[in-house]
Design a protein around this ligand. Structure first.
Ligand code: ATP
Length: 306
């Protein structure tokens, strides 16, 4: 029986690896095929980032012609500041990050970085200037070192380890017997959503972009994990223009400006304190999230006591 079990078990492992590789390739193709729709204009010059000012000027956008998603959006993120976008699911928040990365072109209006319309610059220079921490980070079936170095292939081992430290993921890596040579994925280190996001933060630290876009994962995190991610983000966003698409309002209380997006339009804007005082959509979202967090903590306490 054991003789039969071992090869079957081995074949199962091989099958899972192949399946994971196919999923990784599909994800890559999704990104690559989207890129192919957008063409550089003839003779496009590289983007020159002088200070990192980002401006959306009366931006309209629709994925499908008869369903507008963004309806005349204007805002400016001054160089080095942190700007947060919040709002109900489907409001168009992630669409803003996709447009800034030029995965799609605006239907009308303009997106400017340091005064340059992003449609007129070479795409590779645009994407090199923006660090994207996405909702779901794709990890490769390779070592954790390889997965972090993906941020900048010529980074030295010491730089990879320093980035892991800043992203607060080094403790976890050092606990594995093979350290940075530990395999990630099915047969190796399985990372939680929060840990994967910290790998993405480490990659971004290596890339050292002028502009940072963080698309926060929707899932609720325990307050300890949230604190760790928050600390890592504060380090990476310091002195960088940062656009944070936030689902948990607790992560953006210190943002320089917050916009509340509702059905493709700005419903409210201001700092956390101003928005709470005005008692509108933001204040009701804040109260709902606080109540939900309190209920989660109460349940966790009850579970601990029993
Ligand atoms: P969430 O908080 O749930 O992440 P969001 O505010 O980030 O939502 P978007 O992802 O920007 O919302 O999507 C805005 C709208 O655009 C949604 O109604 C969504 O269904 C639609 N949408 C998103 N991507 C596409 C696409 N590729 N093709 C067609 N419609 C899309």
């Amino acid at each position: 029986m054991i003789q039969l079990y071992q090869p079957l078990n081995f074949m199962g492992m091989v099958y899972r690896e192949i399946k994971q590789a196919i999923i990784d390739i599909e994800k890559m193709f999704n990104v690559l095929s989207r890129k192919a729709e957008i063409q550089d204009i003839p003779g496009a010059l590289p983007l020159i980032v002088t200070s990192g000012n980002v401006r959306f000027d009366n931006v309209y956008f629709a994925y499908e012609p008869d369903r507008p998603i963004l309806k005349g959006l204007s805002f400016e993120v001054p160089a080095g500041k942190t700007f947060a976008i919040v709002g109900p699911s489907g409001a168009g928040k992630s669409t803003i990050s996709r447009l800034l990365f030029r995965l799609y072109d605006v239907s009308s209006g303009r997106i400017l970085i340091d005064g340059q319309d992003i449609r007129n610059v070479a795409q590779n220079s645009l994407r090199a200037s923006i660090g994207m921490v996405p909702q779901d980070t794709v990890l490769f079936n390779d070592t954790i070192r390889y997965n972090i170095r993906y941020g900048r292939w010529d980074a030295t081992d010491a730089e990879v380890e320093e980035a892991a430290g800043l992203a607060q993921i080094d403790g976890l890596i050092q606990m594995s017997p093979k350290g940075y040579e530990t395999q990630v994925g099915e047969r190796g280190l399985k990372l939680s959503g929060g840990e994967k996001q910290r790998v993405a933060i480490a990659r971004t630290i290596l890339k050292a972009p002028s502009i940072l876009v963080l698309d926060e994962a929707t899932s609720a995190l325990d307050s300890h994990t949230e604190r760790e991610i928050q600390d890592a983000l504060e380090r990476v966003s310091r002195n960088r223009t940062s656009l944070v698409i936030a689902h948990r309002l607790s992560t953006i209380v210190t943002a320089d400006e917050i916009i509340v997006l509702d059905q493709g339009r700005i419903a409210e804007r201001g700092t956390h304190v101003q928005l709470l005082a005005s008692g509108g959509l933001y204040a009701s979202m804040w109260n709902r999230q606080r109540e939900a967090q309190e209920a989660r903590e109460k349940l966790a306490r009850i579970a601990d006591e029993n």
